[in-house]
Design a protein around this ligand. Structure first.
Ligand code: 2HG
Ligand code: ZN
Length: 459
């Protein structure tokens, strides 16, 4: 079948508004937030339900055309980029939200439900899905699961995979299978749904999921604290954990991040300038006096703002949540690494030292999830460096960074996934035998290499 017959057959299956080859759609739907990778898909399709997803998969399999499953495309590793004539299969129309089972604390939803829409629907039930991302307005449940999203509450709740009971999957063959269900306990054989979670759309296409839900968190207290460096932030985290509080999040950012947020948003500087800031969010059911505690941390705390109401708390959070959008105009080269929390301060010092020695003059924005041992390293492009030279200089810096991370038993992707961007480096922190097992799983479930080929690893 030639290309135009193939597209005509897909259009006949999906209806006239179910497929586009319009160049602006191809650009928009062919990429995620990774702006350094150019999109070049053949078409974008918007099936209405799981049966139509299966029909698209069968048609693509017959034509030998690869598929890139697509959620909210807020990923930062190129996992949803279609750069080689693939069909982008958007799950955008699969937006059903089933009845909430309050007793079982679960709900079944379509893959295309935006994270924030789900959260709003759960509020009247006093429940939420504890996957909390700065990108929640665009990110979808299907994308959250395919990438095993992390976010701002991993410290308390864990990644997306902790909050899924079952999934509906369309395999590369076009068959539809339910993996798991609404069971909180099910120890009967492999938990295959967990293989799909974090699979970046390479093993099957998630069309629906039964999610585990948590009670809405209680009121929280939020503070932004100026400290000497990331080591001091980590020490403050250790001290905070000694208090009888539940730590929802413990984050950090350097002053460069704060400067960029202030420049981008026009918000006022919240504290006197310090080299680094820690932000924490705690539930405090036993009423520990946090102001007094902060005052007692004189060796660590240089300045502090403790929110007294929700509006102030949200404002303090926005200095952290708005970093990514504020860095965007500076063509950031992104990294997302993790080490044990006990190695976090050492890693941050080594990273800063490496850049100061080998890339003097570069601005490197360090921020991340201290409580998870997760450091985001965003190198900002000098305005006088051509894109090609910038990329080369960054690739060399990446090698050095991953060497430091590997030496501390870390990972080169804590929460953003591997996609296309980190693929060349995966073997630095994953042993060859493990990669061989991953390839064997991929070959078994997708023998034709139809689903998101070239992501995570090449076969
Ligand atoms: C965050 O923690 C996200 O805000 C994005 O993981 C990190 O932009 C980044 O590098
Ligand atoms: Zn993050």
């Amino acid at each position: 079948m030639n290309r135009s017959d193939f597209l005509a057959a897909l259009r006949a299956t999906l209806g006239p508004d179910g497929l586009s080859t319009d160049p602006s759609d191809l650009t928009h739907w062919g990429r995620d937030w990774t702006r350094s990778l150019a999109p070049d898909p053949l078409a974008v399709v918007w099936p209405r339900d799981t049966a139509e997803v299966a029909a698209v998969v069968r048609a693509c399999a017959a034509a030998g055309t690869a598929i890139v499953p697509s959620g909210g495309r807020t990923g930062l590793a190129g996992g949803a980029v279609a750069a080689h004539g693939e069909v982008v299969l958007s799950l955008d129309r699969l937006r059903d939200i089933g009845p909430v089972d309050g007793l079982n604390r679960s709900v079944t939803v379509g893959a295309g439900v935006p994270n924030s829409v789900l959260q709003t629907a759960l509020v009247p039930h006093g429940l939420w899905w504890p996957v909390d991302l700065a990108s929640k307005g665009s990110a979808t449940v299907g994308g959250n699961l395919a990438t095993n999203a992390g976010g701002l509450r991993v410290l308390r709740y864990g990644h997306a995979r902790n909050w899924v009971l079952g999934v509906q999957v369309v395999w590369a063959s076009g068959e539809i299978t339910q993996l798991g269900g609404a069971l909180h306990k099910d120890n009967s054989g492999y938990a295959l749904q967990q293989l799909l979670v974090g699979g970046e759309g390479t093993l099957g296409i998630l069309t629906a999921a039964t999610l585990a839900l948590a009670p809405l968190p209680g009121p929280s207290e939020v503070a932004l604290v100026g400290v000497r460096d990331l080591g001091a932030a980590v020490a403050l985290f250790g001290a905070l954990r000694q208090l009888p509080v539940v730590v929802n999040a413990f984050e950090a950012l350097t002053d460069l991040c704060l400067e960029q947020v202030i420049a981008h948003t026009g918000m006022a500087r919240p504290l006197q300038p310090c080299a680094t800031y820690a932000l924490f969010d705690v539930e405090n059911p036993r009423g520990a006096d946090l102001a007094e505690w902060l005052a007692g941390q004189a060796g660590l705390v240089q300045d502090a703002a403790l929110a007294t109401d929700r509006t102030q708390a949200d404002k303090l959070w926005s200095y952290r949540e708005r970093i990514t959008e504020s860095l965007q105009p500076r063509r950031p080269h992104k990294n997302d690494v993790s080490v044990p929390v006990s190695s976090m301060a050492g890693l941050a010092a080594e990273v800063a030292q490496w850049f100061a020695t080998h890339r003097p003059g570069w601005q490197v924005a360090l921020f991340g999830h201290v409580g998870d041992g997760n450091l985001h390293v965003n190198a900002l492009a000098p305005s006088d460096l051509a894109q090609k030279d910038w990329r080369l200089a960054c690739e060399q810096a990446d090698q050095a960074l991953y060497g430091l991370v590997a030496a501390r038993g870390g990972s080169l992707s804590a929460e953003h996934g591997i996609g296309l961007l980190k693929k060349p480096y995966l073997s630095i922190t994953r042993p060859a035998a493990e990669l061989a097992a991953m390839r064997a799983v991929k070959r078994a479930l997708d023998p034709g290499n139809l689903l998101n080929p070239g992501k995570i690893f090449d076969l």
